[in-house]
Design a protein around this ligand. Sequence first.
Ligand code: BEZ
Ligand code: MG
Length: 410
Amino acid sequence: MPEVLPTGKNIHALDPQAIPTAAAVQSAKVVVDRLLARQTAENNNQWPETIAMVLWGTDNIKTYGESLAQVLWLVGARPLPDSLGRVNKVELIPLEELGRPRIDVVVNCSGVFRDLFINQMALIDRAIKMAAEADEPLELNFIRKHALQQASELGIDLRQAATRVFTNASGSYAANVNLAVENSSWEQESELQDMYLSRKSFAFSADSPGTMQQARELFETALKTVDVTFQNLDSSEISLTDVSHYFDSDPTKLVAALRGDGKQPKAYIADTTTANAQVRTLSETVRLDSRTKLLNPKWYEGMLAHGYEGVREISKRLVNTMGWSATAGAVDNWVYEEANATFILDEQMRQRLLNTNPHSFRKMVSTFLELHGRGYWETSEANLELLRQLYQEVEDKIEGVELEHHHHHH
Ligand code: BEZ
Ligand code: MG
């Protein structure tokens, strides 16, 4: 289970079948339309053909199904609630009414979403397959366009080729890319991508909702056409570098590797936690987050006031920021340069960190060196030299303390 479950509405107060609500459908349209307007404006007025979306359980609880409704609106489908407000049916919105093409989607559901919303996964799956089977012009229905191609490439039928709802195997959560990044237990980004593919490629089908089958080839094929990745912020309290689960969910560099044309998809994050929903690029969101937290004296001084644990929090945030370099290439060089200036070049600061929590300080120093080693941070040789020297000093200090400790006890 996730180490931090973002806080929100009581799960038990919500009938999982009652989402998305009409209000959520309305909010979803606003966000999707903003996303599409921005993407097309920056892309020669071309519609994206496929959007990879991450669905979390908690944000759908809090918003009564907004991100679920976003998927339906992209596809051009509407939920049909029954007289009790339960949503078990969907219908396609006619193209004339939709006024744009049906956008293809690859839906990456978290393990928590799967546990809470299996019926809603069926809803999405049915909407997508209805779209694939609709006899419409291919330039106005990217789901059908891609599914027809994929069916002939893979030698499968159209419905199977239109598999777009993926999650973990039952009982499994996350891609575990976060653990690899936290432990530096990886060499190539392709290893992280392989973990994502092997853990998150379990296909959902409304025809047999109980059994998730691994379908890695279908997952890879679907991801190959992605030109945009997209996720909603879960809450105003939990931002992109607060927890490792956000970068763990992100398929941006994975898509770039699978596409084979060297193009990296545009990545967007929606913040629907305030009255006026915002759609920003992932890089903008990481910049904003770094300014508000890691590089903000109010934030890090607040952490330092907590002593040992506070230094650990600073070090964890630096690692979570590195996660965004590893999975999405979404961190500007200046973020690391400023972090290094704040925590390493400032002699007083580095002494405080070292004295308060030498282990976390060592982790920070090694993370900066790792950032450079992996090509995520370009900096001066002098900065690197200082880091190497500090690493040695903090090693000695930790060993010294451990030796002393040893003496006292024997
Ligand atoms: C979720 O709500 O789906 C979720 C929560 C925490 C971490 C990852 C996913
Ligand atoms: Mg909202």
